[in-house]
Design a protein around this ligand. Sequence first.
Ligand SMILES: Nc1ncnc2c1ncn2[C@@H]1O[C@H](COP(=O)(O)OP(=O)(O)OP(=O)(O)O)[C@@H](O)[C@H]1O
Ligand SMILES: [Mg+2]
Length: 308
Amino acid sequence: MVTNNTTNHESSSPSEKVMNNSNGDDNILTLKDITFGYLPHKPVIEGINLDIPKGRFLGLLGPNGSGKTTLLKIMIGLHKPWHGHIDLGYDDTKTKKAGDFLPNSKKGRISSNTIGYVPQIESVDWNFPVTVTEVVGMGIWSRSGVFPWFNRNAKRLVQNILDSLGIGDYAKRQIRELSGGEQQRVFLARALIGNPEMLVLDEPTSGIDYNTREKILGVLTQLNLKGMTIILTTHDIAGIAKRLPWVVCMNKKIISQGPPNEILTSANLLKTYGLADNNIDNNSDNNKDNLLTGRREEFQSNTVAGNE
Ligand SMILES: Nc1ncnc2c1ncn2[C@@H]1O[C@H](COP(=O)(O)OP(=O)(O)OP(=O)(O)O)[C@@H](O)[C@H]1O
Ligand SMILES: [Mg+2]
């Protein structure tokens, strides 16, 4: 479905539900008429209506200052909206284990968080003296008591997650001694260690090279295929947005949403960014390299029945 949402009061249609990885009636998050700002009478997002079904892999697009980070923070409860309503449809009574996305032998014994959040990397204070293991351990702090990194079980779990993301050798390093791409993966590990129902990532591939971007997208795709809802922001239209199953264009308000081959048109990009990019507006071939379509077959052929 294509939603050209200038009035911002749209909801899911039957065809939108067909696009989801799971049942479209089963929304993990519903935002109704959300307005928020940092200064009185100056909203930075306005009248936001968004239904996010469980299992969706969604890319949020918009120019600098359009309110993407603000909207993510509203979704995860860091900001209270001035106006509107948020429904969280996830099941926080589930007793999934930390590391559930890892092969069985590597699972730990720490119960899940519901939302994992990977912040925009520019917003992190890299001078803070903390090691990689400690940063990732913070992701289970609230669940496992004080100083989980002194707990051997938690430490092993941290190491397994770092290994699965290809940064296992850096466990003892100070976080500021890592490259940007490595830091991104540390924060991804921190979010994943609680085995969240929903993963929210703010520009997870900004400033990283092609190979690292592909690695991160590969990890996210596999998580999504196992049922995790993923919401990310990006400025990379050709390299990421075009390859996701669902995109949302915003600029203070929701401008349009739907599959990228229907949404990333010159008209919508003009409305969103004030630009038209003919290289992106190629409706015919957009799904050829859809990340999820390609990886789904590969992933399913490698998956033991009943293991998901
Ligand atoms: N803590 C804050 N106090 C005051 N204004 C803020 C604060 N955080 C963000 N803003 C303002 O709110 C607006 C939206 O910012 P936000 O960070 O949500 O945009 P964004 O779409 O994530 O941008 P970018 O692509 O640059 O990350 C901007 O005008 C920004 O200056
Ligand atoms: Mg931002």
